[in-house]
Design a protein around this ligand. Structure first.
Ligand SMILES: NC(=O)c1ccc[n+]([C@@H]2O[C@H](COP(=O)([O-])OP(=O)(O)OC[C@H]3O[C@@H](n4cnc5c(N)ncnc54)[C@H](OP(=O)(O)O)[C@@H]3O)[C@@H](O)[C@H]2O)c1
Length: 345
C-alpha cells in the first residue's frame, strides 16, 4: 500500500531533511506535497534526485485525504493546523514541542518506547521528541533496564541548526563579518555565537532554568516512563549541524563499563566509537548526515557509586528530528496500518 504524505515546514531545516529521508528510505508514497508559509509561495523544493515540488502556502492547503502530515513549522503552526489535519483523519507527526507533554499524546522514540504508539488514535497526533532528549533516551534506556537510573547529569553542546535556518545564517554571517572587521550582527540568538558559546537555549523560566532544559528533563522522563532525577545545562555552540552532550549517570546497581558497552552494542540505532586514543572518539562534524546516535569517551565515574560517564553525538536534523519522524510513520505502517501477522500478539 502507498500513502499520501504532506510535509508542513518543507522549506525549513527539518522539513527539507524529512523530504530527503522519505526519499532515501523509499517511503511508500503515492503523493507528496510540500507546505510552508505564504512567504514561500512560488518556491520549489527537491524530493529525491529527480522530483521538484511546488511549495503550497498552508492557508491554501487542503488536508483532505492525506494519510500522514509531518509538521515542522514551529509551535504556533502546529497548535493551529495539526488538530485540523488530525480531525480530518490524517495521522499527524509533529516536530514542535506543542503537544509533547499532553498526557493523551504519545511521545515516541521507536527504539525506546514503541509500545506507547498504541495510543496514537486518542488524537491522531504523535509528538516527535526534542533533539537532545531523543538521543539521550536511546543511551539511557538499556542502562535503566539493566541497572536502574538514579540520577543523570547532562551538559549539552548544541549546534545552531537546532534554532532553525536563520540561526545557521547568523553563525555564517557573524563569522564572515568578524574576519572582515565588521560588526557581528545578532538577531536570532541571544548573544554573539561566532567564536563564542551561549549558555542559553530557549527562554528563561522563573526557576532559572531555560525552557530547553525543562523540555529535555520532562521528555526524557515521559519517554522512559520513569521520574529519574536530572540536572542539565544546555549550551549553544558555533557548530552548524550536530548536537553533542557530556553525560554522567548514577545507577541503582553496579554496571561495569564493559557491560554498558555490550548493552549499547545490542541496542538498535546506537554506534560506539571509543578507542581511548588520540582521535578515537566522535565529534559533531563527523556525524552530519549519519543516522546513528554515536557514543564515545565511555568510562566509569569514580566520584559516585555506580557511576558512568560518556559523550553522545548525533545529527540533530536527522535522528534528532527528521529520521525519527519518518521511523514513527514506518512503525505505524508496519504495526498498525498494515499489521504483520508475525508482529501480532
Ligand atoms: N532543528 C532541529 O534540530 C529541530 C529538532 C527537533 C524539532 N525541531 C522543531 O521543528 C520545527 C522547525 O524547525 P526548523 O529548524 O526546521 O526551523 P526553520 O529552519 O526555521 O524552518 C521553519 C519552517 O516552518 C515554516 N513556517 C514558518 N512559519 C509558518 C507559517 N506561519 N505557516 C506555515 N509554515 C511556516 C517555514 O516556512 P517559510 O520558509 O515559508 O517561512 C519553514 O519551512 C520547530 O518547531 C523546531 O522546534 C527542530
Amino acid at each position: 500500500m502507498k500513502y499520501r504524505v504532506a510535509v508542513v515546514g518543507a522549506t525549513g531545516n527539518v522539513g527539507r531533511e524529512i523530504l530527503n529521508t522519505l526519499a532515501e528510505r523509499n517511503f511508500p508514497i503515492s503523493e507528496i506535497q510540500a507546505v510552508a508559509s505564504s512567504l514561500s509561495g512560488g518556491q520549489r523544493v527537491s524530493f529525491g534526485e529527480d522530483i521538484v515540488l511546488d511549495v503550497i502556502p498552508i492557508t491554501e492547503f487542503d488536508f483532505t485525504g492525506f494519510d500522514f502530515v509531518l509538521f515542522s513549522a514551529g509551535n504556533l503552526v502546529s497548535a493551529e493546523f495539526a488538530p485540523i489535519a488530525a480531525e480530518m483523519g490524517c495521522i499527524v507527526i509533529d516536530n514542535s514541542s506543542h503537544f509533547r507533554q499532553e498526557l493523551e499524546i504519545p511521545l515516541i522514540v521507536p527504539e525506546v518506547n514503541p509500545e506507547a504508539l498504541a495510543s496514537y488514535r486518542n488524537c491522531n497526533i504523535i509528538a516527535n521528541p526534542n533533539c537532545v532528549a531523543l538521543p539521550l533516551t536511546m543511551a539511557l534506556k538499556p542502562l535503566h533496564d539493566a541497572a536502574g537510573l538514579r540520577r543523570v547529569v547532562v551538559s549539552t553542546y548544541q549546534s545552531v541548526s537546532g534554532a532553525g535556518k536563520a540561526a545557521m545564517d547568523e553563525l555564517f554571517n557573524q563569522t564572515r563579518a568578524i574576519y572582515m572587521n565588521q560588526p557581528a550582527i545578532k538577531e536570532e540568538l541571544p548573544k554573539q555565537i561566532a567564536f563564542n558559546v551561549i549558555p542559553q537555549v530557549d527562554i528563561f523560566l522563573p526557576d532559572g532554568t531555560t525552557f530547553e532544559e525543562t523540555k529535555v528533563v520532562l521528555e526524557t522522563q515521559k519517554i522512559l516512563g520513569v521520574e529519574v532525577a536530572m540536572a542539565i545545562t544546555c549550551v549553544r555552540v558555533p557548530v552548524f549541524i550536530g548536537h553533542s552532550m557530556a553525560v554522567a549517570v548514577e545507577l541503582e546497581n553496579p554496571l561495569s563499563v564493559g557491560e554498558a558497552r555490550a548493552l549499547w552494542r545490542e541496542f538498535p540505532g546506537l554506534s560506539i566509537i571509543d578507542y581511548r586514543q588520540e582521535d578515537g572518539y566522535v565529534t559533531p562534524i563527523e556525524v552530519v548526515g549519519e543516522d546513528p546516535v554515536f557514543l564515545s569517551r565511555i568510562r566509569s565515574d569514580k566520584s559516585v557509586e555506580n557511576g558512568l560517564l560518556f559523550w553522545i553525538c548525533s545529527d540533530n536534523l536527522r535522528k534528532g528530528a527528521a529520521l525519527n519522524a519518518v521511523q514513527i510513520a514506518e512503525k505505524l505502517i508496519s504495526d498498525y496500518l498494515e499489521p504483520n501477522p508475525n508482529h501480532m500478539t
